[in-house]
Design a protein around this ligand. Structure first.
Ligand code: FPP
Length: 261
């Protein structure tokens, strides 16, 4: 999706990814345990999911738990799993009301049986929804995702299903956990850190990056709108030059006007 300054107010990113960071620091600065920050962070999840869906975003990917997060103290990991369980047990009907579809990516086999079951159940219950896709990255790491895709393709080459000559970017993307979803247009990271931390590395190749000092438990619908507004004012070049970009059709139609180079 390309945009020019004159179209600024009308351009909504199709796919937004959020690295929800700063829960622990938010809690510590209030002399509270880290899990308190995660609990308050779950409120921000509710608010931002609603804001994204009503602003017309097609896919919202949330980095809920990374491969690396398994290394945190066991009490924190258990508390986070409990929070996911609580969210999934209590929010599915609200997501259904908002016509939101659920997807999940990551190594679900590492999750507690109950969390995995609730995630799969949630995806099934919301499978007929036709609105925004809420894509939860849980026990997720982009390098692991890419490695898995390579392993999969290699296996299919060995079985004679794929001709190595036919391995291109589209085929590769179709083996990622995000198969069928558009690439990220915008990545937001809260709490002042400015890195991707192994989040959707392939899918963020051309994404605009928005870093804010706001910590995740304080991140509100209006902060989300601010990020989308800032996205609207940026001109994405996709490696091209202004002259070429100005000659391209400006569109918000999914799939149309998309270029890569
Ligand atoms: C990063 O903050 C945040 C996480 C590792 C967990 C994110 C989880 C939630 C927001 C809870 C609810 C989520 C859902 C989907 C219901 P941090 O702990 O690394 O913060 P710090 O960098 O300040 O220590």
């Amino acid at each position: 999706m390309l945009q020019g300054p004159d179209q600024a107010s009308r351009v909504i990113p199709r796919h937004v990814g959020i690295i929800m960071d700063g829960n622990g620091r938010w809690a510590r600065s209030r002399f509270m345990p880290r899990i308190w920050g995660h609990k308050r962070g779950a409120n921000s999840v509710r608010e931002v999911v609603k804001a994204a869906s009503s602003s017309g975003v097609q896919v919202l990917s949330l980095f809920a738990f990374s491969d690396e997060n398994w290394g945190r103290p066991v009490e924190e990991v258990n508390a986070l799993m409990g929070l996911f369980d609580h969210y999934l047990s209590h929010e599915i009907s609200e997501l259904m009301r908002q016509n939101i579809k659920l997807r999940v990516m990551g190594n679900l086999d590492r999750l507690p049986v109950r969390t995995k079951k609730l995630l799969i159940q949630g995806c099934e219950e919301l499978s007929s929804c036709t609105g925004m896709v809420l894509n939860l990255a849980v026990s997720y790491g982009a390098r692991a995702e890419i490695t898995e895709a390579v392993r999969n393709i290699a296996q299919q080459i060995r079985e004679g299903v794929i001709d190595p000559e036919h391995v291109d970017e589209d085929l590769f993307a179709s083996h990622l956990a995000t198969a069928g979803l558009p690439d990220l247009d915008l990545v937001i990271r809260t709490s002042g850190e400015q890195r991707l931390s192994n989040f959707m590395l392939w899918q963020s190749s051309y994404a605009e990056l928005h870093f804010t000092k706001v910590q995740w438990p304080d991140f509100s619908a209006s902060d989300f709108d601010k990020a989308v507004h800032e996205f609207s004012s940026r001109q994405r070049r996709f490696g091209l030059v202004d002259q070429v970009i100005n000659n391209l059709t400006i569109t918000t139609d999914p799939g149309a006007g998309e270029i890569s180079c």
